[in-house]
Design a protein around this ligand. Sequence first.
Ligand SMILES: O=P(O)(O)OC[C@H]1O[C@H](OP(=O)(O)OP(=O)(O)O)[C@H](O)[C@@H]1O
Ligand code: HPA
Ligand SMILES: [Mg+2]
Length: 194
Amino acid sequence: MPADGPDGDPGAGHGYPGELKATLIGEDQLQAKIVELAAAVAADHELDSPPLLICVLKGAVTFTTDFARAMPIPSELEFMAVSSYGSATSSSGVVRILKDLDRDITGRRVVIVEDIIDSGLTLSWLQKNLATRSPAAIDVVALLRKPEALKVDVDVRYVGFDIPTEFVVGYGLDYNERYRDLPFVGLLGAHMYS
Ligand SMILES: O=P(O)(O)OC[C@H]1O[C@H](OP(=O)(O)OP(=O)(O)O)[C@H](O)[C@@H]1O
Ligand code: HPA
Ligand SMILES: [Mg+2]
């Protein structure tokens, strides 16, 4: 993965000068991977009814919209908002539903679309929660995963990038609600969080 040198300032052109220490995954690399993931998921669903994508707000919103548009088959879209991080850089482990699905998923093939699997606590909770609603199948597509940070075993069929255990921002991912608007994934400077 390309990283900016000590002189590069990836946030400068986006209104965040001096706040990011490097680009971890650039825009082109993200978009190429999303096309691959979308093709893989579509191939496994081709003979079925359209998969119901469940976008996990807020972090996954950018990934979900690019992913759905990269899929060569139709999909339907639902949103669920959960939060376990608040303003911290590690999960509290307590997942709260801030917004639930708008429809019944009984008998549907659902695909949870996540921006990142870090401790795995959010996804593990979500998989169990959705399983109680009797869907036909639950798949997961996650753009990022931190393999060394996992605290629970989670079954994830499609993963974009395995990344180091560092706090990342951009492309939907925030710190204190900032940086979601960056078009790439970057490493936040250590001086920006406590
Ligand atoms: O594997 P975990 O350690 O549980 O972390 C992953 C979750 O944390 C983030 O959500 P967050 O709770 O920050 O809410 P947000 O998406 O609104 O930023 C991220 O979007 C994932 O949903
Ligand atoms: O590294 C991260 N960055 C932003 N949000 C997150 N939620 C879990 N891990 C992260
Ligand atoms: Mg967050």
